[in-house]
Design a binder for this molecule. Structure first.
Ligand code: FES
Ligand code: FE
Length: 430
C-alpha cells in the first residue's frame, strides 16, 4: 500500500488517485501516522471555564478528557483508567471534584496540581498491602497548547510547537477567534455524515469553486453575482497543509456590527482590519481536520449577519465522519448580532444548514463511487490541476501571509494538503 501511495499520489502533477478516498488501509495509516502525531483541535477554553470543568473529546479514534487545573492550565488526558483501561469520564462534559472509574473505583484528581494524578483505590490498604506506585498510575497525558483560546493536543512527544505548526494560519484564525473575546454558543453540535473525513477537510481548505454549482441557490439570493464570481476573493495556500479562501466585496463597507469596531481594532493589525472591513466570507482548514469559517453574510430579519464557526471532521471509519460544529459569538456583541447570528448558523452551516445538505450529498456520492469495485485496484486519477501556473500575489496586493492567488480558481492548497498528507503517511517507511 505504501508503494502504491508513493507511485500514485502525485499532487505535484495535479493527480490524486480515487482509491485514497475510501481505502480501509489508507484509513488505518491515517489514524496511526496522522492522527497519532498531529496537533489536533479539542475545544475552546470557554468550554472549560472553571477548575474541575472538563469536556470529553476525540483525538483520532481515542476518547480524551480536556480538563482545567487552575485558571491558566488546560490539560488533556487519554480517557482511560490505568487499572484495566475502562473509560473514565463517560459524560460529554461536567464539573467534578475527581474522576472515579466506574469499574473498580480507582480515583484521579481533576483539579489544580492533582489534575490527572492517581488519588486512591477502594480498600487500598487491604487490596494492595505492598502499596501502589502512584506515579506509574498517572493518567496518560497528551502535549497540549492553546492559541487564541483554541485548545490543541498531540500525542507526538517531540516535533513542532503549536505556534510553529499553525504558522501563517494564525493570521487568518485571528480574524475568526482573535478579533474579539469570543465564546462558544451552547455545546458543539454533532452529527454523522457518510463520507471519509478528508473530503470535507479538503473542501474547506481549497474548494470555493463548488460554491457556484453545488450551492447554486446563492445565485438566486444574488449572493454570488455571475461574472463577479471567482474574481471576488483570494485563494491562500498557507503552507504546512493548511489552506483557505477569503471572499471580499468590492465596496469597502464592513458588515460587522459597528459596536464591535473598537474591540476589533484593539486585537487586529492594520492588514487584518482592512481584510475584515471588506470580508464576505472566509473558509479554511488547518491540517488535518480542523475547519474554520465565517460564512457568507445572509439577510435575517432585514439585517445582514454572519458569524464564526469551527468544525472538526472526526474520523469514524473509512466511510464515516462525525462532524463536530462549534458556533462562536463575540461576548460583547449587541443582542441582535447574537440572536440573528444563531439563526444564521442554523440556516447555513449546521446539521440542518442549507450548505451542509448540498455538500453532504456530494461527499456521499464521491464516497460511493470511490468504493466501487472497479476502482479498488486500478488507478483512477482525479484532476487536481486547477491554477498550476497561476502567479502568486505580492504583499502590496493582499496583506495576509502564505501563497496568495487572485480569485477562486486555484487548487494550490489542495495540492499542498495532499503533499503533506502523503509525506506523513509515508514517514518512517522509506
Ligand atoms: Fe478502572 Fe478497574 S478499570 S478501576
Ligand atoms: Fe460547500
Amino acid at each position: 500500500l505504501e508503494d502504491r501511495i508513493r507511485k500514485a499520489v502525485l499532487p505535484e502533477q495535479g493527480r490524486i488517485p480515487m482509491f485514497t478516498y475510501t481505502d480501509p488501509g489508507v484509513y488505518e495509516l491515517e489514524i496511526e501516522r496522522i492522527f497519532g502525531r498531529s496537533w489536533l483541535f479539542v475545544g475552546h477554553v470557554s468550554e472549560v471555564p472553571r477548575a474541575g470543568s472538563f469536556v470529553t473529546r476525540t483525538m483520532g479514534e481515542e476518547s480524551v478528557i480536556v480538563g482545567r487545573g487552575d485558571d491558566s492550565v488546560v490539560r488533556v488526558f487519554l480517557n482511560a483508567c490505568r487499572h484495566r483501561g475502562m473509560r473514565l469520564a463517560c459524560e460529554d462534559f461536567g464539573e467534578v471534584n475527581n474522576w472515579r472509574c466506574p469499574y473498580h473505583g480507582f480515583t484521579y484528581g481533576s483539579k489544580g496540581d492533582f489534575l490527572g494524578t492517581f488519588m486512591g483505590a477502594p480498600f487500598e490498604k487491604v487490596a494492595y498491602p505492598e502499596g501502589l506506585d502512584r506515579g506509574a498510575l498517572h493518567l496518560v497525558e497528551a502535549r497540549c497548547e492553546v492559541y487564541q483560546g483554541l485548545i490543541f493536543a498531540t500525542w507526538a512527544k517531540r516535533g513542532p510547537s503549536l505556534d510553529e505548526f499553525l504558522g501563517a494560519a494564525k493570521w487568518y484564525l485571528d480574524l475568526i477567534v482573535g478579533r474579539a473575546e469570543m465564546e462558544v454558543v451552547g455545546h458543539p453540535e454533532r452529527w454523522m455524515v457518510p463520507t471519509g473525513w478528508r473530503l470535507p477537510a479538503e473542501n474547506f481548505a481549497s474548494d470555493a469553486y463548488h460554491t457556484a454549482t453545488a450551492h447554486s441557490f446563492l445565485q438566486r439570493l444574488q449572493m454570488v453575482k455571475g461574472a463577479d464570481f471567482g474574481r471576488s476573493g483570494y485563494h491562500v495556500d498557507v503552507g504546512g497543509g493548511h489552506g483557505l479562501g477569503v471572499g471580499v466585496h468590492s465596496d469597502e463597507q464592513s458588515y460587522f456590527p459597528t459596536e464591535l469596531a473598537e474591540e476589533y481594532a484593539r486585537n487586529l493589525d492594520a492588514g487584518q482590519l482592512h481584510t475584515l472591513s471588506r470580508l464576505k466570507n472566509l473558509h479554511g482548514n488547518v491540517f488535518p481536520n480542523f475547519t474554520f469559517l465565517i460564512p457568507n453574510f445572509i439577510e435575517v430579519e432585514g439585517k445582514l449577519v454572519s458569524g464564526a464557526m469551527l468544525r472538526v471532521w472526526q474520523p469514524a471509519g473509512p466511510n464515516r465522519t462525525q462532524v463536530w460544529s462549534w458556533h462562536f459569538v463575540e461576548k460583547n456583541a449587541p443582542e441582535w448580532w447574537k440572536k440573528l447570528g444563531k439563526r444564521m448558523y442554523t440556516q447555513t452551516f449546521s446539521s440542518s444548514g442549507m450548505f451542509d445538505q448540498d455538500d453532504t450529498e456530494n461527499w456521499e456520492m464521491q464516497t460511493r463511487v470511490s468504493d466501487a469495485a472497479l476502482y479498488r485496484d486500478e488507478e483512477l486519477d482525479l484532476h487536481y490541476g486547477m491554477g498550476m501556473t497561476m502567479p502568486t500575489l505580492g504583499k502590496d496586493e493582499f496583506p495576509g501571509p502564505g501563497d496568495v492567488y487572485d480569485g477562486k480558481f486555484s487548487e494550490s492548497a489542495a495540492r499542498t494538503y495532499y503533499r503533506v498528507w502523503r509525506d506523513r503517511l509515508l514517514e518512517g517507511t522509506r
